[in-house]
Design a protein around this ligand. Sequence first.
Ligand code: DX5
Ligand code: ZN
Length: 214
Amino acid sequence: MIVSPSLLSANFADMRPDLEMINRSEADWLHIDVMDGVFVPNISFGFPVVKCVAKECNKPLDVHLMIVEPQKWINQVRDLGAEIMNVHQEACLHLHSCVQEIHRTGMKAGVTLCPATPVSTLVDIIEDLDLVLLMSVNPGFGGQPFIEHTLKKTGELRRLIEQTGSKAVIEIDGGVNDKTGARLAEAGADALVAGSYIFGKEDAEERIRLLKNL
Ligand code: DX5
Ligand code: ZN
């Protein structure tokens, strides 16, 4: 399993210990939640903060933009050195062109679906995607309970990927812990985002290892 701890649950007053833990850990990526207070009812952190984090982190950045018009920020995300740029299907009027632009910069392109957005909306773009991020909570906040319907959606997405021969990785975000993670692994997930399950815990590295082994 690919594991992408979500920085949203880190201690923003003193991020260094959290970043050192991530660097030492078996985490594959660091998940970065950028919010604008418009697309979601919360504001997290912006590019100046992520730039400082990027300098201290030795893991590839998995950037999740919960913002309107994400295509306007492609170059700024590229300049962070991000590996993956995730944009919301619901926030992109011209999703295909946005994915093309992301690829043009050399980044991997991910498309994120809110809980109420069906997998079928990806039928005409799935072959162009490197990753699909399924939200298993409503975006905007960490620490929310897992939405069970995501398990069914994960299976549907797995079938769509198999039918089309797409190379897209299935990543799940929200309410992930050892129990939901195990069920998601069985349903066909390739990658798990986890925030509150990991940060602020004594055994954070062990928890990452546990998710990795699912
Ligand atoms: C929510 C964010 C998530 C969040 C997950 O909008 O996209 O990445 O950090 O937090 P947990 O793992 O606590 O549900
Ligand atoms: Zn996220």
